[in-house]
Design a protein around this ligand. Structure first.
Ligand code: F6P
Length: 535
């Protein structure tokens, strides 16, 4: 991997771009079979990039770029447990978390698969006991609520999965999440719960994250207020790569679930970080989620570049960002249950790809990670689609649909929802010319306002149902797509040094809120804050 824009494959792509690419309306109009030809089935997913502004030549050149940047070999090294997270000297083996028992994956010569299955077994024992009403708290009353505390990767994946699969939940079991340092979040998560029947899961890979530790302390005192100091231990669970810190916090080894050091936070849903999800949906459904992810891991390892769903999407991301200059991408799931997907993808993509230094220490000489944003459709249509259709920036979109939803009152919602997805994809691609607007009776002075340039790219992803497996397939697709783009850009998708500086400064300010070496704006903000607080 070089990440350079002066290599043969990159320059060929740049020349091809400079030659001009036909607009989407023409590409689609001249080739009605484009979706059938370019669409890829990955397990249950139908991934259709036919509304991206790429030609067969573009795709061929992107495949050459993938070869030049050794994308397949980088992915294989990742799958094999090589230390692909170079800046931290670690493998990135989230794929091992969903490997079947018989597989052998070695880290430093030791097969890690038995340990993963042992942890899954312990998770399953606890989850099953809770779901069967056999797990009681310190007073002997059954545990009926689980509150998972964590932030970033220790929150976003589990919260998304629990929400997406909430139709598999049980009415007698409450599973909630709290991530925000703002106490309002924890207060809401604990609202109405009974300490004697609540299990608090403290999820933190490092067990040093200030948000999570602050919430854990507050949750512990909530438990102590209800149960007494000496009876909180039965109600505290840890998920961490640092069992020593969990023990120092007072969490029993028996209730501590280990997260391997070589699993990145944003890739950790299939680890013990998913414990609350397993409680919510049950161990068999959680294993189906893992199996769905595994299916995509196998696809990624074997499918040829242009029939490899995640790899193709990653290459198109590079095309849109680096060659076409698109600064952001919108993710719009037409499924209320997937409404947390944009937040999850913000971390997955932006923490992985928001980097300006290559693995060999050079400055990245092309735009890398795009801003990822979005919201559920059709809510997003009534908020930001104006900009998508007529704004001065072109924003590639992912439009995600689910064919058979868990709920469809009166049978009246779903067809309409899908009609909206299809309509938006078409409107974005084709737009509406001034002549069409005028012919529709638009007054002349409004024609320009009611004209749509079109040529706005989107990818459609269709799922048959929001099953655990299909959700796993969707998330693993985004994981590998992200790593693919990183491989092309030559950056480390598994580190996150960029979050450190802010954390350090926050600690300094928290320790010395009245002063310290800060700029005048910070000092004035703090002075006004103290004044408002009366401190
Ligand atoms: O935001 C930085 C980060 O380190 C993420 O990468 C991580 O997912 C999150 O904080 C939480 O970290 P931890 O699981 O160690 O509490």
């Amino acid at each position: 991997m070089t990440g350079s824009t002066t290599t043969a494959a990159w320059m060929a792509l740049a020349r091809h771009r400079d030659d001009g690419i036909a607009p989407l309306g023409r590409l689609l109009g001249e080739d009605p079979g484009r979706a059938t030809r370019l669409g890829i089935e990955v397990g249950d997913l139908w991934i259709d990039p036919s509304r991206q502004q790429v030609t067969d030549t573009t795709l061929g050149l992107l495949a050459d770029l993938a070869d030049e940047r050794s994308v397949a070999s980088y992915l294989q090294q990742m799958l094999d447990g090589q230390p692909v997270n170079a800046t931290e000297g670690l493998p990135a083996l989230h794929t091992a978390l969903r490997a079947p028992r018989h597989e052998v994956i070695r880290v430093d010569g030791i097969d890690v698969v038995p340990g993963i299955h042992a942890t899954l077994g312990r998770m399953s024992d606890l989850a099953t006991a809770i779901r069967d009403g056999r797990r009681s708290g310190a007073t002997g009353r059954p545990i009926t609520a689980v509150v998972s505390l964590g932030i970033g990767g220790s929150h976003l994946g589990p919260a998304l999965a629990a929400e997406a699969l909430s139709h598999l939940g049980r009415p007698d079991l409450t599973v909630r999440f709290s991530s925000n340092l703002d106490g309002a979040d924890l207060v809401a998560a604990l609202d109405g719960l009974v300490p004697a029947q609540t299990l608090i899961v403290v999820c933190s890979k490092s067990f040093t994250t200030i948000e999570t530790l602050t919430a854990a302390e507050s949750a512990r005192s909530w438990l102590a207020d209800g149960l007494g100091d000496d009876r909180v231990a039965d109600h505290l669970v840890a998920v961490t790569a640092s069992p020593e810190r969990a023990a120092a916090f007072g969490i029993d080894a028996e209730l501590t679930f280990r997260l391997p050091q070589w699993v990145g936070g944003r890739f950790s849903l299939p680890s013990a970080v998913g414990l609350a999800v397993m409680v919510a949906i049950g161990p068999p459904a959680f294993m189906e989620l893992l199996a769905g992810m595994r299916l995509v891991d196998e696809h990624v390892a074997t499918a040829p570049t242009l029939r490899n769903g995640p790899v193709l999407l990653g290459l198109i991301d590079v095309w849109n960002r680096s060659l076409m200059g698109r600064t952001s991408m919108a993710v719009v799931p037409y499924a209320h249950r997937l409404r947390l997907l944009p937040s999850y993808l913000q971390q997955l993509s932006m923490e992985s790809l928001g980097k300006g230094t290559t693995l060999d220490g050079r400055t990245v000489d092309t735009p890398s990670g795009a801003v990822v944003w979005g919201a559920a459709g059709t809510d997003g249509q009534h908020a930001f689609f104006q900009l998508l259709h007529q704004g001065t920036d072109v924003v590639p979109c992912d439009l995600i649909g689910v064919a058979r939803p868990a709920e469809d009152p009166r049978g009246a919602h779903q067809d309409l929802l899908l009609a909206n997805l299809a309509a938006q994809a078409e409107a974005l691609a084709h737009g509406r010319t001034a002549a069409e607007a005028a012919a529709g009776g638009t007054p002349p002075d409004l024609v320009a306002h009611r004209t749509f340039a079109g040529n706005r790219p989107s990818t459609t992803i269709l799922l048959p149902e929001l099953t655990p497996s299909a959700l796993g397939q969707l998330l693993a697709t985004y994981e590998h797509r992200t790593v693919t783009a990183a491989a092309v850009w030559g950056i480390d998708p598994f580190d996150q040094w960029g979050v450190e500086l802010g954390k350090e400064l926050a600690s300094r300010i928290a320790a010395d809120p009245a002063g310290g070496a800060h700029d005048g704006s910070t000092l004035e903000l703090l002075r006004r804050y103290r004044e408002l607080r009366g401190t």
